[in-house]
Design a protein around this ligand. Structure first.
Ligand SMILES: [Zn+2]
Length: 275
């Protein structure tokens, strides 16, 4: 029997038996009724990450399709680089409520890919489980931390991380030699129109250097476009960002008074190969 899961307690291989995952040392983790497994260790497991209001706002906003272009561009890279020695196994790191995971799964379906995904927020993984598919196409979901991924070494041919916390050494560990890693980060102008509507003196995003220890950058591209949202969409976008929780009532009133909002969407897509 093969597995990619590692026991979060002893690091041994974790095998699925019916509705449960077990290691040889007798540690076991039940599959939830929604179909995910909680492999997050420590107190308060699964209460980390984004709150439910933010998650639902993000789910609603993503359903409008304004980020679909970015997701499709990433899918193209997954199809190009995902297969290694005839196999394709994807790990989506910090999958949130699963919008992108599902698009990636569909894009890799004809390649017979196995798809795994996790997030530190149990609420997010529950939402992801609702759209994870059935049978062989089902995404294997877990609650876990990006800093202690519950997978065996060299398990995946490709991994993705879209605006999620990143531990490069963990990504390198779970990727096979020659495997690829696709990351998306917000660029300088991302959502600048939204920030300009909230703040008198909006600041641009800081963009970190692209170097990642253990990886070689093989491709990168900036994807930038403008969208115009109606009143309701604007409020939903605002609700999925941290600004909704940091903004003064003046800023919130400004957002609620808008009929439309035109804003930049500005991403950087980076493709790395494990060195
Ligand atoms: Zn164990």
């Amino acid at each position: 029997m093969k597995t990619v899961y590692a026991c979060p307690k002893c690091k041994g291989a974790l095998y699925r038996q019916d509705r449960c995952y077990r290691c040889e040392n007798g540690h076991s983790f039940d599959l939830s009724k929604e179909g995910y497994v909680n492999l997050l260790m420590g107190k308060g497991s699964g209460t980390h990450g984004d709150n439910r209001e933010m998650l639902l706002a993000r789910q609603a906003f993503l359903s409008y399709g304004y980020y679909r272009r970015m997701a499709d561009t990433v899918s193209g890279f997954l199809r190009k680089f995902g297969v290694l020695n005839g196999e394709c196994r994807l790990l989506d790191i910090g999958c949130g409520e699963g919008y992108y995971t599902r698009i990636f799964r569909d894009a890799l379906q004809e390649m017979g890919a196995e798809v795994y995904a996790f997030d530190i927020s149990r609420e997010a993984v529950k939402l992801a489980a609702k759209r994870s598919g059935k049978g062989e196409e089902q995404v294997s979901l877990s609650v876990a931390s990006a800093y202690h991924m519950p997978y065996l070494d060299s398990s995946f041919t490709i991994a993705t991380n879209l605006f999620s916390p990143l531990a490069p050494e963990e990504v390198a560990r779970v990727l096979r030699d020659g495997g690829h890693f696709v990351m998306v980060i917000p660029e300088k102008e991302h959502l600048f129109g939204l920030k300009s509507a909230i703040y008198d003196t909006p600041y641009k995003n800081e963009v970190m250097p692209f170097d990642l220890v253990g990886f070689a950058l093989v491709h990168d591209e900036r994807l930038r476009y403008t969208v115009t949202l109606n009143h309701d969409e604007t409020i939903v976008l605002f609700g999925m960002t941290p600004y909704a929780y940091r903004t003064s009532s003046v800023g919130r009133e400004r957002i609620h008074s808008l009929d439309t909002l035109t804003t930049d969407i500005d991403f950087h897509i980076l493709v790395y190969k494990k060195a």
